[in-house]
Design a protein around this ligand. Structure first.
Ligand code: FAD
Length: 402
C-alpha cells in the first residue's frame, strides 16, 4: 500500500488522514477538497460563529502547518470529477491522482429551494459551509426580519442566533411539529416553548409556497396558508442529502448513501466511505448518521481497516445542539422507541426513550449528568427502571453501580 487518496477535506477526511499517520502509515497521503478553507468544524457555523462569538481561526480542525508537517498533500479548491476504478485513479483539477486505497468523505449537500420558489434570490441562504455563513453575515442586522424555513436542528439553531442578534424571526415547519423526524413530541414541545419564550414566531404545519423578491433580492414569502409576509432574509434549513454523485457515477452501490460494510468498505474493496455520505449496517438494517461523532469514529475505523485492522465499526452515537442558554445533549439513537420517560429536575430535564424495557436514547436539556449516565448505560447495553428515572429524587449516578 503506497498511495491513499481521500476525497472531501471535511470532518471525516481530516480524521482519516490524521489517523493514518498516527497509526504509522508512511506512504503517500493526498487529501482533496473542493472548498477553499482547510478542514474545519461545521457545528459552530449555526452557533458561535454565526453569533460572532468566535472567529474563523477557531473553526479549523488543525493548524494548516499540520498537513505539511505530517507529509499530507492537502489540495484545496480542487474538485474530484471522476473515479476511474479500472486504472485506480481519481481525476481532479485535470490531473490523474493514483490510489491503492481511496476514501470517500464527501459529506452531504443541503437541499435548496428550486428557482421557481425563489431559491436563487439574494438573501436566501443555506447553512452548510463557511462560505454560506460568510455570505449570510451582512444580512444579519438588528431589527431586520428573518424567515427560517425548517424546524430541524440547524433551522432552530439559526433562529436562536438570529434572535440573539436582534432580528425579528419567524420559523415555519411544514410537518406537524418541529424536530418531528428526530425527536419525541416532548422534546419538540420543550424547544417550541423555548423559542416562543424568546420571541420567535414559530408556526408548525405551515410550509412555504414561495419566496418573493424585487430586483433579485428576497422581500418576503407566501406561506402554504396563502398569507404573505415581508422578510429581509431567508434561511433554508430543509435537510441534506448525502453527497453520492461521484460514487454513483463510478458505479458504486448506493443505498441512502454510499453503501459500506461494517469495515467501511464500499462495493469496490479498494474504496471506503465515511461520514455523512456513508450508509452502514446497524442492528440488522442500515443507517446513515449526520454527526461529528460518526464522522470522526467511522473515519478512524476506516483508517485502521485500510491498514489491516479488520475491525467492525459499531457506532456509539452522540450529538449536541445549542439554542439560547440551553445545551441539548443526545446519547444513543431513538429509532423504534415506544415510550418516553420524562425526568423533570427543574432547570435540568431529560427525556429517556425506551423500546419495551430497553433504553435506546436520552435527550438531555441542561442536564449533563442525565446525558452522561444515559450514555454510559446505553453503551453498556443496560436499561434502568423507568420509574427510577422518572423520579427526580433518584441519584442517577447510583444507577451506574446498580
Ligand atoms: P463534511 O464535513 O461536510 O465534509 C465533506 C467535504 O467534502 C466538504 O468540504 C465538501 O465540499 C467536500 N467534497 C464533496 N464532494 C467533493 C468532491 N467531489 N471533490 C472534492 N471535495 C468534495 N454535528 C454534530 O454532531 N453536532 C452539531 O451540533 C452539529 N451542528 C451542525 C451545524 C451545521 C451548520 C452543519 C452544516 C452541520 C452540523 N453538524 C453537527 C453535522 C456535522 O458537521 C457533519 O455531520 C460533519 O461535518 C460530517 O462530516 P463529513 O466529513 O462527512 O462531511
Amino acid at each position: 500500500m503506497e498511495n491513499i487518496v481521500v476525497v472531501g477535506a471535511g470532518q471525516a477526511g481530516a480524521a482519516t488522514v490524521a489517523r493514518l499517520r498516527a497509526l504509522g502509515f508512511m506512504g503517500q497521503i493526498t487529501l482533496i477538497g473542493e472548498e477553499h478553507a482547510p478542514p474545519y468544524q461545521r457545528p459552530p457555523l449555526s452557533k458561535a460563529y454565526l453569533l460572532g462569538d468566535i472567529g474563523v481561526d477557531r473553526l479549523y480542525l488543525r493548524p494548516e502547518s499540520f498537513y505539511a508537517e505530517s507529509r499530507i498533500d492537502l489540495r484545496l479548491d480542487t474538485r474530484v470529477d471522476a473515479i476511474d476504478r479500472a486504472d485506480k485513479v481519481v481525476i481532479a483539477g485535470g490531473q490523474s491522482v493514483p490510489y491503492d486505497a481511496l476514501v470517500l468523505t464527501t459529506g452531504s449537500v443541503p437541499r435548496r429551494l428550486p428557482s421557481d420558489m425563489g431559491g436563487d434570490l439574494a438573501g436566501a441562504h443555506v447553512v452548510r459551509t463557511l462560505a454560506d455563513v460568510d455570505a449570510m453575515a451582512p444580512g444579519v442586522v438588528d431589527g431586520a426580519r428573518a424567515l427560517v424555513i425548517g424546524g430541524g436542528y440547524i433551522g432552530l439553531e439559526a433562529a436562536a442566533v438570529l434572535r440573539k442578534r436582534g432580528m425579528e424571526v419567524t420559523l415555519i415547519e411544514a410537518a406537524e411539529r418541529i424536530l418531528q423526524r428526530v425527536a419525541a413530541p416532548e422534546t419538540s414541545a420543550y424547544f417550541r416553548d423555548l423559542h416562543r419564550a424568546h420571541g420567535v414566531t414559530l408556526r408548525e404545519g405551515v410550509g412555504l409556497t414561495c419566496l418573493t423578491g424585487v430586483d433579485g433580492r428576497v422581500t418576503g414569502a407566501i406561506l402554504s396558508d396563502l398569507t404573505e409576509h415581508p422578510f429581509d432574509l431567508a434561511v433554508i434549513g430543509i435537510g441534506i442529502t448525502p453527497a453520492t454523485a461521484l460514487a454513483e457515477a463510478a458505479g458504486l452501490e448506493i443505498e441512502n448513501g454510499i453503501r459500506t460494510d461494517a469495515m467501511g468498505r464500499t462495493s469496490d474493496p479498494s474504496i471506503y466511505a465515511a461520514g455523512d455520505c456513508a450508509s452502514l449496517p446497524y442492528r440488522g438494517g442500515r443507517i446513515r448518521l449526520e454527526s461529528v461523532q460518526n464522522a470522526i469514529d467511522q473515519a478512524e475505523a476506516v483508517a485502521a481497516n485500510i491498514l489491516g485492522a479488520d475491525t467492525a465499526y459499531v457506532p456509539m452515537p452522540w450529538f449536541w445542539s445549542d439554542q439560547y442558554d440551553v445545551k441539548l445533549q443526545i446519547a444513543g439513537l431513538n429509532t423504534g422507541y415506544d415510550r418516553v420517560v420524562v425526568r423533570d429536575g427543574g432547570a435540568a430535564r431529560s427525556h429517556w426513550y425506551f423500546a419495551g424495557d430497553t433504553l435506546l436514547a436520552v435527550d438531555a436539556m441542561n442536564d449533563p449528568r442525565g446525558y452522561m449516565v444515559g450514555k454510559r448505560l446505553i453503551e453498556a447495553g443496560r436499561s434502568p427502571d423507568p420509574a427510577a428515572i422518572a423520579d427526580p429524587v433518584t441519584d442517577l449516578k447510583a444507577l451506574l453501580q446498580a
